[in-house]
Design a protein. Structure first.
Length: 160
């Protein structure tokens, strides 16, 4: 066996081995009993150069809320089209609620080799202009028949 003594990656996507500027976002909103399937709850505008580090979702019990995705869309100002609706979280059942300490991981569908990727790359784009933004959104494929509060906290590292 060889003893390893070196950096684990020379890959430029791991440029933040020395740390970076942290951006924290949080919001909460109400899912109404009258909301319909395919509702898109736009949470935050995020710069294309940001790297998602942690996203936590808490919520009340929402009857029938059995299929929620978390992904990326163009901003409404740019047409609002879907980029990848479930790149971060796919098909999650939140009907039982998610209490503090039992958060839903909003990055549960992120592939291991995509950890450290910037938002523009996760959205399927080749590069990001400095002003490029995306909407981080929860899509309710099966919104449910109940109502309740959803809270989201997200941590990103800001890239140059």
């Amino acid at each position: 066996m060889a003893v390893i003594n070196g950096y684990v990656s020379e890959d430029t996507k791991n440029v933040f081995n020395r740390g970076g500027e942290v951006v924290v976002m949080e919001t909460q909103f109400e899912v109404a009993a009258a909301d319909t399937d395919a509702s898109i709850y736009r949470l935050f505008k995020v710069n294309g150069n940001m790297i998602p580090v942690q996203i936590e979702i808490n919520c009340d019990t929402i009857t029938g809320a059995t299929d929620y995705d978390l992904g990326l869309y163009e901003t409404l100002e740019n047409g609002g089209a879907v980029k990848d609706a479930d790149i971060l979280m796919d098909g999650v059942n939140i009907s039982g609620g998610k209490a503090m300490g039992s958060e839903q991981n909003g990055l549960s569908s992120l592939a291991i080799d995509a950890i450290g990727d910037q938002i523009f790359s996760l959205a399927g784009d080749d590069q990001a202009a400095p002003e490029m933004e995306y909407d981080l959104a929860l899509t309710a494929n099966t919104v449910g028949t109940g109502s309740g509060t959803v809270a989201v906290r997200a941590i990103f590292v800001k890239s140059a």
